[in-house]
Design a protein around this ligand. Structure first.
Ligand code: 1GP
Length: 249
């Protein structure tokens, strides 16, 4: 089954999906395999792999390690055009629609498209929106993009709707990796309430309760990354998965 359809089925069956972001710079080898096995047995629905500054060799290696121990889909969450790997199941084909940097809106996509085509890699079209949560994030800095103002939900709604009308399959509302505050529930509510395509929410989510509230507000996929870089937190993965999968509550 295509990953696009798999994610939509998960949303339908479990109420929402739970993806864990793995940064190849942060975890490797046996440690990575243990983490992946724990995620799978804890009810996680799939993996995003990527980062703002990683190099290709590490991406290939990380995906292959994940694949050794898990059947869950591995989706590239690319920080740049060099992050394309034939070992992945799909790639989030993201356009940074909250910014106005043409390279991140469409330019890099033109460079990536023939490579993806040659590899026959499934693409998941996704409008990526960064929200200002008070601190400059890596993605804002590296992409040279202004974030959406957090006190103007109407701009977030308009941006997400434009993505939908352009035919994108998902919208990703991002507070930034390691953000001090996750996307406010009020923004999630307003965006999700106006959107027909599924809403992914990530950045700064550090408790199952937060994940549950975001899902109750309309998020259909929750992404966490940083929080599980500390192995002491791995025993909480199943709590996050349960909080997200509200149809199974
Ligand atoms: C970052 O949304 C993801 O792009 C996950 O964020 O690392 O803060 O969980 P965290």
């Amino acid at each position: 089954m295509k990953v696009n359809q798999y994610l939509k089925d998960v949303i339908l069956k479990r109420g929402a999906g739970y993806l864990i972001l793995i940064d190849p710079d942060k975890i490797k080898g046996e440690n990575l395999r243990e983490f992946v096995k724990t995620c799978e047995s804890s009810g996680v629905d799939g993996f995003l792999v990527g980062g703002s500054l990683i190099i290709k060799g590490e991406l290939d290696e990380t995906i292959q390690e994940i694949k050794k121990v898990s059947k869950l889909p591995v989706i590239i969450f690319p920080g740049g055009v060099e992050q394309i790997s034939k070992f992945a199941d799909a790639i989030l084909f993201i356009s940074l629609i909250s910014g106005r940097n043409p390279e991140h809106l469409f330019g890099k996509h033109v460079i990536a498209a023939p490579i993806i085509h040659k590899l026959n890699l499934e693409t998941i079209s996704c409008g990526y929106m960064i929200l200002d949560t008070g601190k400059l994030t890596t993605v804002e800095y590296l992409s040279g993009s202004l974030p959406l103002p957090a006190n103007k939900p109407e701009i977030a709604v308009a941006t997400a709707l434009a993505a939908q009308y352009l035919g994108m399959s998902f919208v990703y509302l991002e507070a930034g990796s390691g953000a001090q505050n996750s996307v406010p529930e009020i923004i999630v509510k307003q965006v999700a309430g106006n959107l027909k395509i599924p809403l992914i929410v990530g950045g700064g989510i550090t408790t199952p309760d937060q994940a549950h509230k975001l899902v109750s507000s309309g998020a259909e996929i929750i992404v966490t990354g940083n929080y599980f870089e500390d192995a002491n937190n791995w025993n909480k993965i199943s709590l996050f998965a349960k909080a997200v999968h509200h149809k199974e509550y």
